[in-house]
Design a binder for this molecule. Structure first.
Ligand code: XBP
Ligand code: MG
Length: 254
């Protein structure tokens, strides 16, 4: 069976959106609501263990703010804060602040040229995905992806495999026909749970995660003149650029 599809995580994989994107947007939403909550870079790294913005806010209150008196309508407050955070985040992307990671655009372009199918499997809110694709790739880039599985479309977020099952089912694919791209341990567990081979590109928040079970762990996908560094996994030789030929060698079909 040949490789037919590439399925991408978004945050941390397509772009480094967490520290200077989502984190800033959460803090703006908190300030806008008159809350004294502030997530610095270190704390946010710990909070990333919980996927999903609404889930992350609830976790913060439970774990770090025992002093906080929850209002009776706490659920509604979380919903309002999350909507405000999404507005701040998409506005931030609209100002062109967050570029794609090295090699992402190159690999997407090659995959499209060679007729591979593309999809997204993410925990983040659909509007955030649209804004990133629009501003970091091209206004029409959403149409490059056959399925965009995002946010609350499944009940259980990563590390549950549900979002990958959702995408595979809609594409009519078995796991052996696709490969997942992830940056985090939660993402890897989700993709592997659905039976997908997984390429990891790490970032500052995730380089110490446990990536056992990944096909290969790289610092990034590599560009001509800016090769990736192999961190663990399959032996890779060559130019330090993850292209479709190298990918097909790394994830041969059954
Ligand atoms: C990353 C996440 C998300 C974002 C916040 O998911 O954990 O929760 O930090 O997004 P992935 P929302 O790497 O799978 O894209 O606030 O929209 O939930
Ligand atoms: Mg991620």
């Amino acid at each position: 069976m040949t490789l037919e599809a590439l399925i991408f995580d978004v945050d941390g994989t397509l772009a480094d959106t967490e520290r200077d994107g989502h984190r800033i947007a959460f803090n703006r939403a908190f300030a806008g609501a008159g809350l004294d909550w502030h997530w610095d870079v270190g704390l946010y790294g710990k909070l990333l263990a919980v996927t999903g913005g609404k889930e992350r806010m609830r976790h913060y209150v439970a774990r770090y703010r025992p002093d906080y008196q929850k209002p009776a309508d706490f659920d509604a407050l979380v919903t309002r804060l999350h909507a405000a955070k999404t507005r701040h985040y998409t506005a931030l992307l609209g100002r062109g602040g967050i570029p794609l990671r090295p090699g992402v655009r190159r690999l997407l372009d090659e995959a499209r040229r060679r007729g591979l199918r593309l999809a997204i499997a993410t925990t983040t809110t659909p509007d955030n995905v649209t804004a990133l694709l629009h501003h970091a790739i091209a206004p029409e880039a959403e149409s490059w992806f056959e399925v965009i599985g995002a946010g609350d479309v499944v009940a259980a977020k990563k590390p549950a495999p549900d979002i990958y099952y959702y995408v595979l089912e809609r594409m009519g694919l078995t796991p052996s026909q696709a490969v997942a791209f992830e940056d985090s341990e939660n993402g890897l567990r989700s993709a592997r749970g659905a039976g997908l081979k997984t390429v990891i590109t790490v970032n500052d928040y995730t380089r110490t995660h446990d990536f056992g079970g990944a096909t290969v762990v790289l610092d990034h996908l590599g560009e001509p003149g800016g090769p990736f560094r192999l961190l663990s996994g399959a032996a890779v030789t060559g130019a330090g650029v993850l292209d479709i030929d190298l990918l097909a060698r790394l994830v041969p079909g059954p």
